[in-house]
Structures are given as C-alpha cells and as structure tokens.
Design a protein around this ligand. Structure first.
Ligand code: NAD
Length: 482
C-alpha cells in the first residue's frame, strides 16, 4: 500500500524537515501507513508565533462564526467515518468497529462544541453595594498547547481542540509521533472548514525535541496534556516556570469489583469489554478484577470460557475481537509485566505472542490469577490486554482494595444490590464510576477525568471544558457614570 508524507502545518503552510518517521501498521509491519516529516524546535516556535498572531482575530470572532467552523468540520468527519476509521485501525491497531466508533465520536464532539460556542457564558448581577452592576465574563485564555497520546489518535485531539477553538483560543497541537495520520486529517478538516490562518497549527515532532517549546514558550498561556504520569509530571514542572494554566489527564489503574450478588452474564461482559477492549490500551481499562469469594470460581470459569473464543487478528479483518498491540516497545512492556506477575506468584493464563497472516504485534488476552493488592501488576499501569484478579471476602474488603489505587481514573462494580451500588458510587475514590457497565469515557457532554495521580487541573469535556479553556473577568459598573 502507498504511504504519503505528512508535514507540520504552521500558519496554513506545510513545513517539512530533513528527517522522516514511518507510521507502521501494527497488524502488518511491512505496511507503512504514512511517513511524517519530523519537526524540530524551530518549527515548534514558528507554530507558537503563528498561533499568537492569529489570536486577536479568532478571539474576536462571533460565536456563530466559531460554531459554523466546528459544525462544518464535524459533518466532514462523520461523512468520512468509514475512511478515517480504516486509517485509524490501520495505524493504531483498534478493530474497525472500535476505530469507526472513535471517529464518529470525534465528529460528535466537534458538533457538540459548535453548540457550546453559542450558549450563554457569564453572569450579570447586582453588586452588594447599591446601584452598581457586576458582570462576570468568560474570555479565551490565549494560545493553548495541546499534547496527546497515541491510544485515541482522533477522539482525544478532538475533545481538546474543539473546546479550545469554541471559546476563542488559538492552538498549537502535537499529536503522538507514533500515530500522526488521523490527527493530521482532523487538523486538515478543521482548517478547510474555515479557520483563519494560524488559528490551528500542527507540529509533528518528538516530545523530547519540540516539548520544551510547547511547554516553555512564554507566548503559550495554557497546556492541556493527556499521556503518562511521568511525562505529565515533567510538563507540569516545565509549565510552572512561566506560570501556565495546566490540565493533565494521565494513567489509570482501574478496579472492577464483582460482588456475590452480581448477574454473572453481565459481570463477564463488563470484565471482558472493560479489560480487553481496544487491546486494553485505554487509560480507563479495568485492569484489576476484585472478586468476592462466593462468585470467584464461577466468574473465572466463565471469563476463561469467553477468552477462549476471543479472536486476535489484523485490526481491519472482519469479525475479530481484538487487534494487535500498538508497537514493539508496548508489547515488550506487556510481556515484562506478565513476567513480574509470575515471579511474584501470580498464575498467568493466556498472554501469548501469536502469529497471524502478516507480521504484527499479536498478543492474546491475559488473565492473572492469585494476585494480591501489593503485587506490581496491581499497582502499576500495564496498558495492555492484561487482567489481574484479587480474591476478597466481601464488599467491604473489595472497596478497600479498589480504593488502594493511586491512579483513580475509573472504577466499576457489578452488583444487583442497589444499596451496594449507591454506596460504591459515593465511597469510590475514582473520578468516574461505572455500575454494571464496562469502563469508558464515551459521553462527551459530561465531565471526564480522574483523581489522585491520574489527573491535574480542571476536568475535560462537557460543561467542565469552560473552566480550563476560558478565564473569567469581573467588571463593576456604576451606570450613568459621566
Ligand atoms: P506519553 O506520556 O509517552 O506521551 C504523550 C504525549 O506526550 C506524546 O505526544 C509524546 O510525544 C509527548 N511527549 C513526550 N515527552 C514530552 C515532553 N518532554 N514534552 C512534551 N511532550 C512530550 O504517553 P503515551 O505512551 O502516548 O500514552 C499512553 C499513556 O497515556 C498511558 O499512561 C495512558 O493511561 C495515558 N492516557 C490517559 C488518558 C486520560 O484521559 N487519563 C487517556 C488516554 C491515555
């Protein structure tokens, strides 16, 4: 298959460089999906300057103008869902239905924020002093630096870029260098939908090279980052030097409790989809199954039976359940964690490297039995199709194990008891709670985000987006002042 070269887009211009990086299909290592021309710090600085120059114009556009651009772009993304879904599956390794679903979600996010641009923001109220009027208005922050991971290559960029633009900010965007194809298409669509030159710039580069500019340039007012805890920590430190506003969405270690009273069929599907969906490469993946004694054996038997019919293959092949691991280093990380789990006393079922028709990073899903909360596999994020099991006596013990995580992004429970479900919803330390549902952050009209080491700053999406992408101004007016 052909591969084309993508470049950074700065002030509407294509900016290449001497160095190329291939975007390799994890289902077929001989297939180079696209080649990206790797930007250096100079290109990143030019992108920041372009966004700064575009800011006065874009921030003064009317809500209707901003809404129209986002709505038009959303329509194109939705109309091209099959083609973009195919590209996403090819470069990242999600199955076609998962990849198409992600593209549709990106289109819906653009349309949602087109509506948000038109909604009233701010307040007008009376002062506590007689005769004085007070207004609290929301104004754009300025130039926003957007840095995204490889595992949701179009949805995460959409849920950061759309609110940034809707509220009148301009953007410098760096997608993950591993999978830049669908992110680049999103930027191209938005630019063609009518953005002024420089309002949205994309920098295709390595974090180590362009990162210092994207986190340190004084012209940047805010940074929104999704990625690993380690990288996020470094970004926060870099941003502090120039006191930028920072939003971080980081890793997760997400428990799923299954109680004795759970519906077994529901619990099996929730566990399987939550752990192995998207090859387990989700920040919200439920990677620790905390099971009470009375249902443990039946649940494990049912999960093993379901896993035996779970097909792993080329992401774009019809009928498969799970695509490959994204690249060699992630595969190596998955296998290393399985080795550690074995060494610490866990019994690993599955987790085998397998061959398919084309060379790829194929791994079968893994279940790790007999683990305890102290085991490494239950404390660190694996980011692969690996589900470890902790057996507990009762709900109280399960809650204690679930709340022992420090990366509190998402937590789930399977139970038919309203009392337990309600108690868990209140007592969980996680930012998102799922009851009898697989873990995910699908709804774009409600806040998304974690707690503890998993998150920093305001939530993303829905009504929460306004907090990060605007800054408030309070004005006191004495009407009739000459
Ligand atoms: P990563 O931290 O390695 O990279 C994320 C992005 O940061 C990439 O674009 C990378 O190029 C860039 N980067 C790296 N070094 C940088 C630097 N010094 N300065 C600026 N940018 C830099 O993460 P990843 O491997 O791409 O993604 C996987 C991680 O993302 C997992 O930990 C996962 O849990 C997390 N994640 C979290 C959420 C969430 O919403 N909480 C969602 C998806 C993924």
């Amino acid at each position: 298959m052909s591969s084309r070269t993508l470049t950074s887009i700065v002030a509407g211009q294509s900016v290449g460089s001497g160095a190329d990086r291939p975007d390799v299909n994890p289902s077929d290592l001989g297939d180079v999906v696209v080649v990206s021309s790797v930007a250096d710090a100079e290109v990143a600085s030019a992108a920041v300057a372009a966004a700064a120059e575009a800011f006065p114009g874009w921030s003064r556009t009317t809500p209707w103008q901003r809404a129209e651009v986002l709505d038009r772009a959303g329509s194109e993304v939705l109309a091209r869902a099959d083609e973009l879904g195919d590209l996403l599956a090819r470069e990242e390794g999600k199955t076609l239905p998962e990849a198409r679903g992600e593209v549709v979600r990106a289109g819906q996010i653009l349309k949602y924020f087109a509506g948000v641009a038109l909604q009233p923001h701010g307040q007008a109220l009376d002062s506590v002093r007689p005769g004085i009027e007070v207004t609290v208005t929301r104004e754009p922050v300025g130039v926003v630096s957007i840095i995204t991971p490889w595992n949701f290559p179009i949805a995460i960029p959409a849920w950061k870029i759309a609110p940034a633009l809707a509220f009148g900010n301009t953007v410098v965007f760096k997608p993950a260098d591993l999978v830049p194809g669908s992110a680049w298409e999103l930027v191209d669509i938005l630019n063609r939908a009518g953005l002024p030159v420089g309002a949205l710039n994309i920098v295709l580069g390595k974090g180590s090279q362009v990162g210092p500019v994207l986190t340190g340039d004084p012209a940047i007012s805010a940074i929104t980052f999704t990625g690993s805890v380690e990288t996020g920590q470094g970004i926060l430190q870099a941003a502090a030097a120039t006191r930028k506003k920072v939003q971080l969405e980081l890793g997760g270690k997400n428990p799923l409790i299954v109680c004795d009273d759970a519906d077994l069929g529901v619990a099996v599907e929730v566990a399987i989809q939550g752990s192995f969906g998207s090859t387990g490469q989700r920040c919200t993946a439920s990677s620790v199954l905390v099971v009470t004694d009375g249902i443990h054996d039946a649940l494990i038997e049912a999960i093993r039976a379901r896993m035996s019919g779970w097909t792993v293959g080329d992401a774009r092949q019809a009928g498969i359940d799970m695509g490959p691991v994204v690249d060699a280093s992630q595969l190596e990380q998955d296998l290393r964690y399985l080795e550690i789990a074995r060494a610490e006393g866990g019994a690993v079922i599955g987790g085998e490297v397998v061959e398919r028709g084309t060379p790829g990073h194929y791994l079968t899903p893994a279940l790790v039995l007999g683990t305890s909360p102290e085991h490494t596999i239950n404390r660190e994020e694996v980011f692969g199709p690996v589900l470890s099991v902790v057996r507990v006596a009762d709900y109280e013990q399960a809650l204690a194990v679930a709340n022992a995580s420090t990366m509190n992004l998402s937590a789930g429970i399977c139970t038919t008891s309203l009392a337990k479900a309600s108690h868990f919803r209140r007592a969980s330390k996680a930012g998102m709670v799922m009851v009898n549902l697989p873990t995910a952050g699908v709804d774009f009209h409600v806040p998304f985000g974690g707690r503890g080491d998993s998150s920093y700053g305001p939530r993303e999406q829905g009504t929460a987006a306004e907090e990060f992408f605007t800054t408030s101004k309070t004005a006191y007016v004495l009407p009739g002042t000459p």
